[in-house]
Ligand binder design. Sequence first.
Ligand code: ZN
Length: 183
Amino acid sequence: MQPADFQIVELGDPRLRALAKPVTEAQMGYALDVAEAMAYWMNERGGVGIAAPQIGVPLQMMIIASRPNPRYPDAPAMAPLLMLNPQPQSFSETNATLWEGCLSVPGLRGRVTRPDGVTVQFSDRDGQSRLMELSGFPARIFLHEYDHLIGKTFVDRVDSVQDLVTDKVYFAQIARVTPPPAP
Ligand SMILES: [Zn+2]
């Protein structure tokens, strides 16, 4: 199985609306192949996170990989983290409002309010159960990717459709940085 056997699934495809299923122990080998394809497409498209349904695989898997890149110039750097069967355990009481983009919603950004911290239980690539507290941008990535596991996208989360803008307007007028080349 190669990364090119998968494609990024875009908004309107019913696979983005399906509920992802837990990864079973018997599926671990397959899941690690899927994770490789997820990482490939995330890096290829300049993402800072990706969920398995975004490449058409209905499993509860995500990668969080905050790092500065042309699509997210201000993202803090962290080692990429694969989460299997992630479950949020608790949320911070404080919220943050940030602009989000999505590899499955090309060309659009939306302003979304979410908790700015979350505690997550998940299995790592060795199948070990882990508990992790995330805050700031990594928490935001988690909450965005977790939505993909329950059939939601950031477009469902904007307070108002007035909070949707094109990438071109976002980069020129909001982030005020040179836009990255179109993928
Ligand atoms: Zn997304």
